[in-house]
Design a protein around this ligand. Structure first.
Ligand code: PGA
Length: 276
C-alpha cells in the first residue's frame, strides 16, 4: 500500500500572529504544486485562526500542537477537539516529548516538579488520541526514548510500550488513520539527528508493534514519521528510508527556505521511489 509522506512543521512556542502570517506567505508559493507529499503547519494556538484564513485554497493543512480530551467544560486553559476543528485544524500533535516533560537538552530542562506542568502520560495520550479521532482530527502521536533509556538498551521497549499504551481501546480501523512520529528525545532540538538506518530500524519496531496488535493491513497503512533535528541537509537521507513516511520538523520549520527544501526533498523521493 502506498503511503503518502507527511511533512509537518511544529512551530512550538514561536511566532506572533504577524510573524506566523509572514512565514505562511513565504511558504505558500514555495510549496505550491509539489506532488507526492502532504504538508502541515502547527502554529501556536494564538495564530491558528489567522493562519487558517491565510491558508485558504492552499494544500497546506493546519495542525494544533496539543488537544484536550473533553468536548467542553471547566478545563481552564485547554482546547477541545471541536474548538480546534472550528478554527480549521485537520491534525493535532499528541504526546510530544516536551508535553510529556521529557527534554532533549537536559540543561534546558526544568526541575522534575516543574516538568510535571506539561503532564502528558501514556494515559492522557490515549484519551487525547481517542477524542481527536472521534472528532475527525488526524492525531500525530509522538513516541521516543530519552538518552538514558537508549544507553540502557531500552529504546525499543520504551517506544513499543508508548505505542501500545497510547492505543488502548482503539479499534484497528481507526488506527490506520493515525500518524505516529518516532522522536528520540535526545535528538530533539539538539542538532544531533538519529542516524537514518537506526531511525528506520526503530520506525520498523513501531510498525511491528502495530502489526502484532492490529495485523498487517493496519500496520502497512499507518504513516510513521521521524522527528528530531531534521534539516535540509539530512532530510533526503532520513526520508528515503523505507519505513519512514515523512518528518515532524521543529527548528527548521520556522524558516520558509529550510522547511521548503525538506518538503521538496520528500517530493523528489516520492517521485523516484514510489514507496509501496
Ligand atoms: P527539532 O524538533 O526539529 O527542532 O529537533 C522536532 C520536534 O520536536 O518535533
Amino acid at each position: 500500500m502506498a503511503r503518502t509522506p507527511l511533512i509537518a512543521g511544529n512551530w512550538k512556542m514561536n511566532k506572533t500572529v504577524h510573524e506566523a502570517l509572514v512565514l505562511v506567505a513565504e511558504l505558500m508559493p514555495r510549496l505550491h504544486g509539489l506532488a507526492g507529499v502532504e504538508v502541515a503547519v502547527c502554529p501556536p494556538a494564538t495564530a491558528l485562526t489567522e493562519v487558517n484564513r491565510a491558508l485558504a485554497g492552499s494544500a497546506i493543512g493546519l495542525g494544533a500542537q496539543d488537544v484536550f480530551w473533553a468536548d467542553s467544560g471547566a478545563f481552564t486553559g485547554m482546547l477541545s477537539p471541536p474548538m480546534l476543528r472550528d478554527v480549521g485544524c485537520k491534525y493535532a500533535i499528541i504526546g510530544h516529548s516536551e508535553r510529556r516533560g521529557r527534554f532533549g537538552k537536559p540543561d534546558e530542562c526544568l526541575n522534575p516538579d516543574a516538568a510535571r506542568v506539561f503532564g502528558d502520560t501514556d494515559a492522557s495520550v490515549n484519551l487525547k488520541l481517542k477524542a481527536a479521532l472521534k472528532h475527525g482530527l488526524v492525531p500525530i502521536v509522538c513516541v521516543g526514548e530519552t538518552l538514558p533509556e537508549r544507553d540502557d538498551g531500552l529504546a525499543d521497549k520504551t517506544v513499543a510500550g508508548q505505542v501500545r499504551a497510547g492505543l488502548a481501546d482503539v479499534a484497528g480501523e481507526a488506527v490506520a488513520g493515525i500518524v505516529f512520529a518516532y522522536e528520540p528525545v535526545w535528538a530533539i532540538g539538539t542538532g544531533r539527528a538519529c542516524d537514518a538506518p537506526e531511525a528506520n530500524r526503530v520506525t520498523g519496531v513501531i510498525r511491528k508493534t502495530l502489526h502484532d496488535a492490529f495485523g498487517s493491513e493496519v500496520a502497512q497503512a499507518v504513516r510513521i514519521q521521524y522527528g528530531g533535528s531534521v534539516n535540509e541537509r539530512n532530510a533526503h537521507d532520513l526520508l528515503s528510508q523505507p519505513e519512514i513516511d515523512g518528518a515532524l520538523v521543529g527548528g527548521a520549520s520556522l524558516d520558509a527556505s529550510r522547511f521548503s527544501q525538506i518538503v521538496q526533498a520528500t517530493s523528489v523521493i516520492a517521485k523516484d521511489t514510489r514507496k509501496d
